[in-house]
Design a binder for this molecule. Structure first.
Ligand SMILES: Cc1ncc(COP(=O)(O)O)c(C=O)c1O
Length: 492
């Protein structure tokens, strides 16, 4: 969504006042629990460009940031080596194969996954991994696809494959106000697995909308009831340990840039070997077959991960995955987790206590307001003293002026958004009809007319590997712009 909004002087003045603070004030506001000197030193060493360019980056769930040393190490590797197309036995080809094998081994290592139990399939991103499952999972009438309302669109999109093959699709509810899974209802759904069919259950380990962490215990429970489990870890693994020697989901999609920023265009599907036989790919390509005949329709698929990696793998970037994982290991994912949790706690405390002078709350948070079972992603809206929402496009425009990178909309997670905004089936049907041919602007206008709320989406801030106290302090100061200000309503 790109909307140009002209700001009048009121906003400019308020922005200047809100952001008029000294480093000493920021330092004085720093509660002890967010101090973490090794990580602060890392920020200065590896992510100096943030402060040099004055950027306040609060979109780690969108994409993490790369460390300077990751780029330097990778560039040196490329400058000093000669790498040819892999899967041949010439020296430059073997050099590439070796680097790709090393990267795959690093992924197994990082997630404590046993190579006898799992395969690591390199994909373009998490969505690429999810599409692989969608197109090859044996959906059928005598099977089903169960997924939580809280899911990214790339998981929702698998329902199109399920429906095409006649498999019923069921959404498991999440409950307000915390947007957590409704356990009793999910258990009922899980009990409905078809004994002779293929049943796939998909949920995110961490919501990219609300930051809620849904229990990993659902993996075993679903297995016990006869389900294959797709655990979307794209938003979870950047700040949490995923131990695949303890938890045994069948399919784990992820994107590497969300973990360590570089390279983009690479993800993985980590899949259980004993479930691979279920996946029937609708085509074959170079690299995915042992032998193909053109004289007959015969072809023989490659084995393991090779059957799922179409064409030439991204052999120049894949080695950077190993470099990125080593970088995270050097800092320690637990240190990153603890630091992000502490900063999130500060942010939630501040946001939940900000009020207008009439006592009305400034911030409405969607999801948990404590750090129990949640990550560093916070979705919210700003309210005026009468409880009217601010159009998120206004908030985003002002944030841009304050050099804050945040995100607005529904973050490709419409289920969490529809629940957060209390929308009903009737609302969605009526507004899609009223907005035809549907565009974002027409749909939002129809929803706003119908519900009386300014439903332009939520605002999301998210913390990650290089976040520090100064980032969250700057953001809290920024929120002061809106104290006692009336909402101008839906912007044109
Ligand atoms: C939970 C979740 N799943 C899947 C995806 C899709 O990731 P990508 O866009 O890298 O394919 C995202 C991206 O934000 C996500 O947050």
């Amino acid at each position: 969504m790109v909307t140009k909004i002209k700001l009048d002087m009121t906003y400019e003045d308020r922005l200047n006042t809100a952001l008029d603070y000294t480093p000493a004030e920021c330092a004085a506001a720093e509660p002890d629990y967010v101090r973490c000197y090794p990580v602060d030193a890392l920020r200065q060493r590896e992510y100096a460009r943030l402060d040099e360019t004055g950027q306040v980056y609060l979109d780690y769930t969108g994409g993490s940031l790369y460390a300077t040393s990751q780029i330097e190490t990778h560039m040196q590797q490329l400058i000093n080596g000669v790498y040819g197309n892999p899967h041949s036995i010439n020296p430059t080809s073997m050099a590439s194969t070796q680097r790709v094998d090393q990267a795959r081994a690093a992924v197994f290592d990082y997630f404590s996954a046993d190579p006898n139990e799992y395969v690591v399939i390199f994909t373009a991103n998490a969505s690429g991994a999810l599409k692989l499952i969608g197109e090859s999972y044996p959906f059928e009438k005598n099977g089903q696809y169960l997924l939580t309302f809280d899911n990214h669109n790339s998981v929702n999109g698998i329902r199109e494959y399920a429906t095409y093959h006649g498999a019923p699709v069921t959404y498991a509810p999440i409950t307000l106000p915390d947007l957590r899974i409704d356990s009793a209802t999910l258990i009922q759904h899980l009990k409905s697995a078809k004994p002779d069919g293929n049943n796939l259950f998909a949920y995110p380990a961490q919501s990219n909308f609300s930051g809620v962490q849904h229990s990993l215990e659902w993996i075993d429970i679903a297995h016990d009831h006869g389900w294959d489990v797709l655990l979307d870890c794209a938003a979870f693994v950047p700040t949490n340990r995923l131990n695949l020697s303890r938890w045994k989901p069948d399919f784990v999609p992820l994107s590497f840039y969300k973990l360590f920023g570089y390279p983009t265009g690479l993800g993985a599907l980590i899949a259980r070997r004993d479930k691979l036989h279920k996946l029937r790919r609708p085509w074959f390509a170079g690299g995915t077959v042992e032998i193909v005949s053109t004289l007959t329709p015969a072809f023989f698929r490659a084995h393991g991960e090779a059957a799922f990696e179409d064409g030439t793998v991204n052999y120049l970037d894949i080695p950077a995955v190993e470099i990125g994982l080593r970088h995270i290991e050097t800092i320690g994912i637990d240190a990153i987790h603890d630091r992000v949790t502490a900063l999130t706690r500060y942010l939630l405390d501040e946001m939940t206590h900000m009020t207008h002078h009439n006592g009305a709350p400034l911030v409405m948070i969607y999801g948990p307001t404590t750090t129990d079972d949640r990550g560093g992603t916070i979705a919210f809206n700003l309210l005026d003293p009468d409880g009217q929402m601010f159009d998120v496009r206004l908030v985003e425009t002002l944030a841009n002026q304050a050099r804050i990178s945040l995100r607005t909309g529904c973050f490709c997670n419409p289920g969490a958004g529809e629940n957060a905004f209390h929308l009903t089936v009737d609302d969605v049907q009526a507004c899609s009809a009223a907005a035809a041919p549907v565009t974002y602007e027409r749909y939002v206008a129809a929803l706003t007319r119908r519900t009386g709320m300014i439903v332009t989406g939520a605002i999301r801030v998210s913390l990650g590997i290089a976040s520090n106290f100064a980032d969250v302090y700057h953001f809290v100061r920024f929120l002061r712009v809106f104290v006692d200000l009336p909402s101008p309503g839906l912007l044109a």
